[in-house]
Ligand binder design. Structure first.
Ligand code: TYD
Length: 210
């Protein structure tokens, strides 16, 4: 087993179970002796809080400003001296991030065009390339079933079929472009029990540690 720390990103459409599966993977890796730290974007740093304000509509920003805010939050996510991605990797800790630049390329790319968002992220040397991106995939029908089943979470207005279809397509278009640049992206079928999906993910992720 190659114990060099890795940077792994999870992406997925609503209802795909990212949060649950990230925790499952981290505990699986920890059991194998691989230290892990879970992070997320937007971050909990001030730059991430500002994004939350913009997402909620309390802070009005243009689509370009939004893309820039995500990119600068991502730079801080990389560079933060205590628990940033670089610091963790230097300390031998694998990082699993809930979302990363794939979300920017998909969502902000849809508003601004791919090239601008690619320039802000892929051409930025302070934004590290992940070792692996795991995309949890669900058809819109199954995603809506899942969201509906989560009675504690109010169904958000945009979580409708067309929106989910469009988001999924934006991610697949992004992945085609990034695979052409040599990125390691795995699409996992997120339909099934938590255990079944966790096993699919572990089978896909473990080879990067071999
Ligand atoms: P969040 O509440 O964390 O959503 P989720 O639980 O689905 O991850 O909100 C993150 C939102 O920000 C989500 O709608 C996707 C969006 N986003 C972007 O548009 N661009 C980005 O670069 C990132 C990281 C997130």
């Amino acid at each position: 087993m190659n114990n060099s720390p890795k940077f792994i990103v999870f992406e997925g459409i609503d209802g795909a179970g990212k949060t649950t599966q990230i925790k499952r993977l981290a505990s699986h890796l920890e059991n194998l002796g691989i230290k892990c730290n879970i992070t997320a974007e937007p971050t909990t740093y001030p730059s991430g809080k500002k994004i939350r304000e913009a997402l909620s509509g309390r802070l009005a920003v243009t689509p370009l400003e939004m893309a820039e805010m995500f990119a600068s939050d991502r730079e801080i996510h990389n560079a933060h001296e205590h628990d940033g991605i670089n610091a963790c990797l230097e300390n031998g800790v694998t990082v699993i991030s809930d979302r990363y630049y794939y979300s920017s390329l998909a969502y902000q790319g849809a508003a601004l065009g791919y090239d601008i968002v690619a320039r802000l992220n892929l051409d930025n040397v302070s934004i590290r390339r992940p070792d692996l991106c795991v995309f949890l995939d669900l058809t819109p029908e199954r995603s809506l079933e899942r969201i509906g089943a989560r009675a504690d979470v109010p169904t958000e207005i945009y979580e409708n079929r067309e929106y989910l279809e469009k988001t999924r397509k934006m991610f697949f278009d992004t992945f085609e472009r990034l695979k052409a640049r040599g990125e390691n992206i795995i699409v996992i079928d997120a339909y099934g029990s938590v255990d079944e999906v966790a096993e699919r993910i572990a089978d896909a992720v473990l080879p990067i540690f071999e």
